[in-house]
Ligand binder design. Structure first.
Ligand code: HSE
Length: 390
């Protein structure tokens, strides 16, 4: 099989390395940035890839522009497509899938969610014989590294973020990591594969920007630690909920034991029960290994990771399945306003004008709406779901 690669950065170089000395594959061209051509197999013009004889293009450029233009042109030119680019799939996956389907080409993207962890390919298989009740987990290495380092190594948020950047886990601009958007994009991909629905509005998103050392201190006293999790699932109404938010995990919970940059993805099948995959969610060779799995799947004839035409859906985070208790840190004045919106079950600690409290069960939507209104009035809040043990 003749292959061309778009990009020769962290992931692209890993794919190039892994494809060497494999008699089944020939790498025809590797697109690099202008001025970065250092070897004969590299080209600086996309037109050289478009016009070459490759049957499969592997996109590892990242970002949406020009990745969408290049990948859609490759499909229109009759080349199958593999990508590790979650931003591209979250923004344009439906269009790319249709372009591929109309031409009977392959379009696979398992490396775009969870790096080496085979969550998307297994969901694709599982849903053919089972109903997926929910799926998600810890899907961002940077935020898990920060939370775990604050908890076990007493690092400050900034120190831990600096280390995550130096180790290459964080994106060049870590805003999407910290805000939870990187996790949300992965949840969108999971939802596409598990449900043929892209939840691109009405989801709830809360990252880790507001966590501080005192939250870990109080969480620890309660027998918990803090993790960032995302999940999507099927409500009884048949509609889907989807969200990303910090969670207080009991120390005996499997997620509390997820260390450093490790990811842990789970799904609950109606018949299979709880399934989980843990491992490296980022990095050169872990991500390249997932791409190589997709290359073999293309060679074996796999065309799609989705069963049907994917629809754009609204999340239903006010469903009964979305009722949770929350841990909240808020200024005393804000607490009064919060208790007017969601019931406060108990006060855990009062300390220097700050209150740590546990709320009654409310839906994810009600909680996020209440907090965003409080923040718009200047209140400083950290909140996290009280995770029940799986
Ligand atoms: N910045 C991402 C992470 C890279 O930390 O998980 C992999 O998607």
């Amino acid at each position: 099989m003749i292959i061309s690669i778009l990009g020769h950065g962290v992931v692209g170089k890993g794919v190039w390395d892994m494809l060497q000395n494999r008699s089944e594959f020939t790498v025809r061209n590797v697109l690099v940035k202008k001025g970065e051509k250092t070897a004969s197999f590299m080209v600086e013009s996309f037109d050289e890839v478009l016009g070459d004889d490759s049957e499969l293009v592997i996109e590892c450029m990242g970002g949406v522009d020009p990745a969408f233009k290049f990948t859609s042109e490759c499909l229109k030119a009759g080349k199958s497509l593999i990508t590790s680019n979650k931003a591209l799939v979250a923004a344009h996956g439906i269009e790319l899938m249709e372009l591929a389907r109309e031409r009977n080409l392959s379009f696979l993207f398992s490396a775009a969610c969870g790096g080496a962890i085979p969550i998307l390919q297994n969901l694709h298989l599982a849903r053919q014989s089972d109903s997926i009740l929910w799926a998600g987990g810890i899907l961002n290495g940077t935020t898990n590294y920060i939370l775990d380092s604050m908890d076990r190594r007493n690092l400050s948020f900034e120190e831990a973020l600096g280390q995550a950047k130096a180790l290459g886990y964080a994106e060049a601009d870590p805003t999407a990591d910290l805000s939870g958007m990187d996790t949300m994009r992965k949840i969108m991909l999971i939802s596409m594969v598990a449900y043929d629905v892209l939840p691109n509005s009405d989801y709830n998103l809360e990252g880790i920007q507001n966590v501080s050392a005192c939250d870990f201190e109080v969480a620890k006293e309660l027998g918990y630690t803090i993790r960032l999790l995302g999940r999507c699932g099927l409500a009884a109404s048949g509609r889907l909920y989807s969200y990303v938010q910090p969670m207080l995990c009991p120390l005996s919970d499997i997620f509390a034991g997820v260390r450093l940059n490790t990811n842990l993805a789970q799904y609950q099948g109606q018949n299979s029960g709880l399934m989980g995959f843990s491992g490296q969610g980022a990095g050169r060779y872990p991500t390249a290994s997932a791409i190589l799995r997709d290359v073999w799947s293309v060679l074996g004839g796999q065309k799609q990771m989705l069963e049907k035409k994917c629809l754009v859906g609204f999340a239903c985070n006010d469903a009964a399945e979305c009722a949770r208790s929350y841990f909240v840190r808020i200024d005393d004045e804000g607490l009064e306003k919060l208790s007017g919106k969601v019931g406060v079950q108990r006060i855990v600690r009062k300390d220097n004008g700050k209150t740590f409290a546990i709320t009654d069960k409310v839906t994810i939507k009600v909680m996020h709406d209440a907090i965003s209104e409080l923040r718009s009035k200047g209140h400083v809040v950290f909140f996290a779901e009280m995770k029940e043990e799986a």
